[in-house]
Each structure stands twice: as C-alpha cells, then as structure tokens.
Design a protein around this ligand. Structure first.
Ligand code: IDP
Length: 138
C-alpha cells in the first residue's frame, strides 16, 4: 500500500465546539503525519468549487452557507492508506449510520452539521489539497 495524502477539514460546528484538538489527537495517535494545517474562513467561491459535485443537489445552498459560516480547520495528513482509514475514523455521513467511537458518531446528530470533511478518493484528495493548499505543504 502506497503512502498517500488526504485533505481533512474540521467544519465550522467542530471549530465552534472546540473539538479540533481531539480530532488532531486521533489522527496523530493512529500514526498519521500532519503535512499542512490552517484555520481559515472559506470564501464562497472556494466553497462552491470544493463542493462542485453537489451543485445540483437541493441542499447545495445550505451546504455552502454552512461551510462559509465560520472558521474551519483545514489539514493535510499523510500515511499508509490514509484516505480510506480517515473516512473510517470519521464515520458515516448519515448520523444514524455513524458508529460510536468514530468522530461523527461521537459528536454529530445531524447530516448537515457533521463536524468533519475528508476526501473520499485519491482523485478527490489531490483536487482538494490543490484547492486549499496548492504547493504549501511541509
Ligand atoms: P461526506 O462528507 O461523508 O463525504 P457527501 O455525500 O460527500 O458526504 O456530502 C457532503 C456533505 O454534504 C456532507 O458531509 C453533509 O454535511 C452534507 N449533506 C449531505 N447530505 C445532506 C442533506 O441531505 N442535507 C444537508 N446536508 C447534507
């Protein structure tokens, strides 16, 4: 299995609830390495690009409004199989399917405010890292 990089982001609800430290701690304990991180308010244009695959969905406007509503903590993490393992650690999108012990399973009860984003494929990871960090990684 190759060493990969993935894009993770604590959403505005997670920053507001002050769970950034816990989330960083989980990925460090698992053995992944942080390669980039920044606290930022996402400009609307970047949010629309990031979520472009959902542009036709009825919740797109709500999604963009929410993700731009306050600071997010954007990160790049590196390690073996990190894209898939990070998704497992995050838990499922729907709250009724996210198991206790996962980030969403421990903190979220609604699909719209679900604490964390993580790339779902190698192509998404490359695209999202490029959008948020460009070459700006250690
Ligand atoms: P993911 O974040 O687990 O990859 P996606 O299906 O890519 O899930 O959806 C992106 C985000 O859109 C979700 O994390 C969630 O916050 C939001 N979302 C998904 N479905 C709904 C919905 O039905 N209503 C409101 N927001 C939704």
């Amino acid at each position: 299995m190759a060493i990969e990089q993935t894009f993770l982001m604590v959403k505005p609800d997670g920053v507001e609830r002050q769970v950034v430290g816990d989330i960083v701690d989980r990925f460090e304990r698992r053995g992944f390495v942080m390669k980039g991180a920044k606290l930022m308010v996402i400009p609307k244009e970047l949010a629309e690009k990031h979520y472009a695959e959902h542009a036709e969905r009825p919740f797109f406007g709500e999604l963009v409004d929410f993700i731009t509503s306050g600071p997010v903590f954007a990160m790049v993490w590196e390690g073996e199989n990190v894209i898939k393992l990070a998704r497992t650690m995050m838990g499922a999108t729907k709250p009724e399917e996210s198991n206790p012990g996962t980030i969403r399973g421990d903190y979220a009860t609604t699909v719209s405010h679900n604490i964390i984003h993580g790339s779902d494929s190698l192509a998404s990871a490359e695209r999202e890292i490029g959008l948020f960090f460009g070459e700006d990684l250690v």
